[in-house]
Design a protein. Structure first.
Length: 266
């Protein structure tokens, strides 16, 4: 069952940080902003805002087609089904989606986070929705098998199974940490080439997305747009610029793995 009252949507202004530690160090930080949307009450939460639209062109907008598995399902139905397939059946509270908006109709979203709560507000699961530059999408479902709530700052692991960058092989694992308070949100992802459970070492990559939260208003939306007017266009441009820097530094290159062969008919 959904929450009984509409929860306020928020916007966070902050930055993206990314550091590759080896074999060639490469680090950058860029200003960023993202939306924090209560998906079970999305239309009510976005009502009345002139600078932000749902499924319509605007200065900033949120489109259902940018998420999910591309089937014509409501996003809440899709995420509930994804959680159920992963054995999570009690995330019946709010679904908070942290994601980049479309800017002037365009967005590339390297990662979006779905924070899936129980009705009492405790965090039951987090879904990390990843897009690569090949037009592919993959989700990592992070949840405790025994049904425990996820604590703020707790380390969560997932084996890497999805090709993202040609400068990282599809092996090893991710470590995730999330801190969501009333005024600030931080998501940190470390990528390690070793298998989960291996002795701790300096990760290959350290990344984070953080921002100060405030309720969505036309003033806050317009301020974020004017601060970084071509933000989402810059996201894809910067991905390719950093790839060029890694190529110039002779970082190891890994071709995109071939998809698994289809199972022969029986």
């Amino acid at each position: 069952m959904p929450p009984d009252v509409a929860a306020p949507a928020q916007i966070a202004t902050g930055e993206v940080r990314h550091t590759r530690h080896r074999p060639r160090r490469n680090a950058f930080r860029y200003p960023a902003y993202f939306l924090r949307l209560p998906m079970r009450r999305l239309d009510a939460a976005l009502a009345g805002h002139r600078c932000l639209s749902h499924n319509r062109f605007n200065l900033l907008s949120f489109h259902d087609a940018d998420h999910g598995d591309r089937r014509p399902l409501p996003l809440v139905t899709w995420i509930d089904g994804l959680l159920g397939d992963a054995g999570v059946h009690d995330a019946d509270g709010e679904l908070w989606l942290h994601t980049f908006p479309r800017v002037l109709g365009y967005a590339f979203k390297p990662v979006s986070f779905w924070f899936c709560e129980r009705r009492d507000g405790t965090l039951r699961a987090v879904v990390c929705e990843i897009n690569n530059t090949f037009g592919e999408r993959h989700c990592y479902v992070l949840a405790h098998p025994d049904g425990r709530s996820i604590a703020g700052g707790e380390a969560l692991s997932a084996r890497k199974t999805f090709h993202v960058s040609p400068f990282c092989a599809v092996r090893g694992h991710y470590r995730f940490r999330f801190l969501n308070a009333s005024r600030r949100s931080v998501a940190r992802i470390d990528y390690d080439e070793s298998e989960p459970g291996a002795s701790a070492s300096l990760p290959l990559l350290s990344t984070s997305l953080s921002g100060a939260l405030q309720p969505i208003s036309d003033r806050a939306l317009l301020s974020a747009f004017l601060r970084i007017p071509l933000f989402t266009f810059g996201v894809i441009a910067r991905i390719h610029w950093q790839a060029l820097r890694l190529w110039w530094k002779r970082a190891p290159f890994f071709s995109k793995p071939a998809p698994p062969a289809a199972e022969a008919p029986r």
